[in-house]
Design a protein around this ligand. Structure first.
Ligand code: NHR
Ligand code: GAR
Length: 222
């Protein structure tokens, strides 16, 4: 029996890299991906140490060294091309990517966002959910398009907001869900069960009419 090839990934990070760690851990447990490189726009972040500890190539491409977004994005796209990823993973990557970059990786790029999209695109999502008095919050995995946090949704997980919550505690509980749903979506892609085709998310041969929730997947929840 020949095993199917592993899905080559590049993971983009800006910080702690706990979502990266969840993917590394799943790969060690048999998820059929090969993380070819981890790229950070910030030097010295914890996620780079996590990658090194796992024997993964790391690169720092500091946006501060570039005069504008376009020149940064061009350098980033060229760097990624060195590794020939079939899938690019934004795992806490904090730089908006220009259309020129998106076009080069269309349909092959995922983001995890800490809100129940389409609510709270952009930054500071936990505080915004608390300030709005919401009863629930969560995280979303979506394909990346030119529209910031607006690409087709795949899988979401809900988190109940508690009366005494603050942004730090809420973020912790959301992160725990992120660590489940991000590797789950990557697994579907690695198994050839999920694609973005003509702008639609196709899972197991059927177009998704709405995003899936973690509770629909039969997976155990912490
Ligand atoms: N790029 C595109 N084109 N589309 C998306 O959906 C993207 C994207 C780049 C990143 C992640 C996103 C998130 O999940 C993401 C999705 C950064 C910012 C931001 O405002 C907003 C959303 C996201 C990532 N960044 C500031 C900027 O000027 C910098 C903030 C900082 O460095 O701390 O790029 O939340
Ligand atoms: C995660 O909560 C992720 O959803 C969020 O940043 C955190 C990164 O954590 N992403 C964004 O806010 C993107 N703008 P991690 O570095 O530990 O994976």
């Amino acid at each position: 029996m020949t095993k199917p090839d592993k899905l080559p990934l590049v993971v983009l990070i800006s910080g702690s890299g706990s979502n990266l760690q969840a993917i590394i851990d799943q790969a060690a447990a048999g998820l059929a991906v090969e993380i070819r490189a981890v790229v950070s726009n910030r030097p010295g972040v914890r996620g780079l140490e996590r990658a090194e500890a796992a024997g993964i190539a790391t690169r720092v491409l500091d946006h501060k060294a570039f005069p504008d977004r376009e020149s940064y994005d061009l350098a980033l796209a060229d760097l990624l091309d060195e590794f020939q990823p079939q899938l690019v993973i934004l795992a806490g990557f904090m730089r908006i990517l220009s259309p020129l970059f998106i076009q080069r990786f269309r349909g092959r790029m995922l983001n995890i966002h800490p809100s129940l999209l389409p609510k709270y695109r952009g930054l500071h999502t936990h505080q915004r959910a608390l300030d709005a008095g919401d009863s629930e919050h969560g995280a979303s995995v979506h394909y990346v398009t030119e529209e910031l946090d607006g690409g087709p949704l795949i899988l979401q997980a809900r988190v109940a907001i508690e009366p005494e919550d603050n942004a730090v505690r809420l973020a912790e509980r959301v992160l725990a869900k992120e660590h489940i749903i991000f590797p789950m979506v990557i697994r579907w892609i690695a198994e050839g069960r999920l694609t973005l085709t003509e702008g639609r998310v196709i899972k197991d041969g059927k177009a998704l009419e709405k995003p899936l929730y973690l509770t629909d997947t039969g997976a155990p929840e912490p």
